[in-house]
Ligand binder design. Structure first.
Ligand code: NG1
Ligand code: ZN
Length: 559
């Protein structure tokens, strides 16, 4: 590293000193903490993003958000060149950099790392980092810190993309690296034009039907998603989107609102009530990468009917499977190789959803919790659909299948567009453009749900009836050291401490349709317990008994 480079890094170190005694870790969702603790972290993540850009010779994204956390928190995550999450093998470097206690440490770490990774810091190569932030008041100051970090690598450019949803920034990074147009307007144009295309391909007999409300009412979590959805909604004439909790009328981000609150508590968000009984409602999280739907019950109850990520996955799978069956029927003569469709869930998926998907004849895969694992698995298929129950997920199309669809679509453009096989090609191509290929995106997910419901001629009630969730219960247990829990088989089996899994098995066997697993959380200092059984009472009892077992094996008084 030359002198100019060294002095730039030292300057940025002294500009944002780390908070004594605070140790942060780049978890599944990047760094998150109270915003006041983060300026030095943001500066260092800026440095990391610039180095990642150097290494990959691509544009990198840096998103400032703490998603569904409270408004006083903030956080930062990196988008890799594909628009996906930061490569896992850089996470230890991110941890080390964020926690470097002195300027000498920082320089040593960077020197060692660039040497190991073969990164040349000659200031000649183009380096660009796109920065986005959500609506948190601390975003501006943290953006400043991140910009300083990026530009402390010689020749690096930090481009402020403004206030965005997390998925918008990931989409822009992906588009830029593919040489495509990548502004916010381009994002809105792509989503709205593919939505209109899909609407235009709805079978005529399904265009008018009973029982479906014209509008969807969306809880924007008082965050960035509601604001962006309003802008997007102006470009869609076939759908009425009413946004509540858009944050413009004084509501507090994620406070009694948002997808995380609605999914975990199963209660109505602020500003929804019995007047909304029966209509189609949806909720976004604070940075709009999660989406759940819900139905407000008739007067007198604050509990909701939750239509979660598992049901969104099921709806997408049904529609895509139908389109693929049209291709299979019609495309034999065109050297069509059957596309492989796979779905990916985690152990938190309700067992009823997994049974339903298997009954459809689909290949259901399981990965550990965390979008990066689901995404990686889904990318193995021609079409891979992944969702976490909490509403984070998307649909991935392989490059080769997109290539085939595009070639067929070009033939169709100059010929007949009437058969279902031809329409299926156009629909699948439009889905690949509507749904965010970089990361789960509540806005594009919402548009896809809406168009599929119209395509099927279904109300939200009909959709919700696809299957009935098994009663379930989630609990958290505080333990002395959560890293003492080691699991295997996509986190469904405990291998350590010895004896715990056997005890869980013995307990679970007592309950009809019982299923239970425990795993250490990646975002909180707890062990999570998930239990399912044929009745709510049984699920509650199973979860409580297993929580006690966890406490016996790992609690503060365990030996
Ligand atoms: P942890 O804390 O590891 O369970 C939670 C969610 C994940 C994922 C991450 C990242 C549950 C049970 N877990 O992870 O699905 O969204 O946060 O935000 O919802
Ligand atoms: Zn989020």
């Amino acid at each position: 590293m030359n002198e100019e480079q060294q002095s730039l890094l030292l300057k940025s170190y002294s500009r944002f000193l780390p908070t004594q005694g605070v140790k942060l870790s780049y978890g599944t969702a990047g760094f998150r903490a109270d915003a006041s603790l983060l300026p030095s972290t943001l500066c260092r993540v800026g440095i990391l993003a610039a180095l990642r850009s150097l290494k990959t010779t691509s544009v990198i994204g840096l998103m400032i958000t703490a998603s569904h956390n409270k408004v006083s928190d903030n956080g930062v995550k990196i988008a890799d060149p594909s628009g996906g999450m930061l490569s896992q093998h850089w996470e230890p470097f991110a941890d080390a950099l964020a926690n470097a206690p002195s300027p000498q440490h920082l320089l040593m770490l960077i020197n060692e790392f660039v040497e190991k990774e073969g990164i040349s810091m000659d200031g000649v190569r183009p380096v660009e980092v796109l920065l986005g932030r959500d609506t948190r008041p601390s975003g501006d100051a943290l953006l400043h810190a991140a910009t300083l970090g990026v530009t402390s690598i010689v020749g690096a450019v930090a481009t402020d993309m403004g206030i965005l949803t997390t998925p918008q920034l990931h989409w822009m990074v992906r588009a830029r690296n593919k040489g495509l147009r990548a502004s916010e307007q381009d994002y809105f144009d792509q989503l709205s034009s593919s939505f209109r295309c899909l609407m235009g391909l709805i079978p005529t007999e399904k265009r008018k039907f009973d029982g479906m409300d014209e509008k969807v009412v969306v809880d924007g979590a008082n965050g960035v998603g509601g604001v962006k959805l309003k802008d997007l909604g102006k470009l869609l004439n076939a759908l009425v989107i009413e946004v509540r909790n858009s944050g413009e009328d004084g509501g507090v981000l994620n406070d009694g609102v948002g997808a995380d609150y609605v999914q975990k508590e199963k209660v109505l968000p602020y500003s929804f009530g019995s007047k909304d009984a029966g209509i189609r409602c949806a909720s976004l999280d604070g940075d709009a990468d999660r989406l759940v739907y819900f139905i407000v019950p008739p007067e007198g109850s604050s509990k909701i009917d939750l239509v979660d990520g598992d049901k969104i996955l099921s709806l997408f799978a049904l529609f895509i499977r139908e389109q693929l069956s049209f291709l299979n029927e019609k495309e034999d003569e065109k050297n069509y190789q059957q596309a492989r469709l796979g779905v990916v869930q985690t152990a938190y998926a309700n067992g009823a959803s997994t049974n339903y998907l298997k009954q459809l004849g689909l290949e259901v895969n399981f990965t550990p919790t965390g979008v990066k694992y689901l995404h990686e698995k889904a990318a193995e298929f021609d079409i891979g659909i992944y969702f976490e129950a909490n509403g984070h997920g998307t649909v991935l199309f392989s490059e080769s299948f997109i290539g085939w669809l595009e070639a067929r679509n070009n033939e169709i453009s100059s010929g007949s567009k009437d058969s279902e096989g031809e329409k299926a090609v156009m629909r699948l191509l439009a889905v690949s453009k509507l749904i965010n290929q970089a990361v789960g995106d509540a806005l594009s997910g919402l548009l896809l749900v809406e168009v599929i419901l119209q395509h099927m001629g279904w109300s939200i009630h009909r959709w919700n009836e696809l299957y009935h969730d098994l009663p379930s219960r989630q609990l958290k247990v505080k333990v002395a050291d959560r890293t003492a829990v080691i699991t295997t088989n996509a986190e469904t089996v405990v291998v350590s401490p010895p004896g715990l899994q056997e005890a869980i098995n013995a307990e679970t066997a007592k309950y009809p349709q019982g299923r239970c697993f425990v795993r250490p959380s990646g975002t909180e200092d707890v062990v999570r317990v998930y239990a399912e059984a044929s009745t709510q009472e049984a699920a509650d009892t199973l979860a409580n008994c297993v929580a006690k077992l966890v406490d016996q094996f790992l609690g503060f008084n365990s030996s």
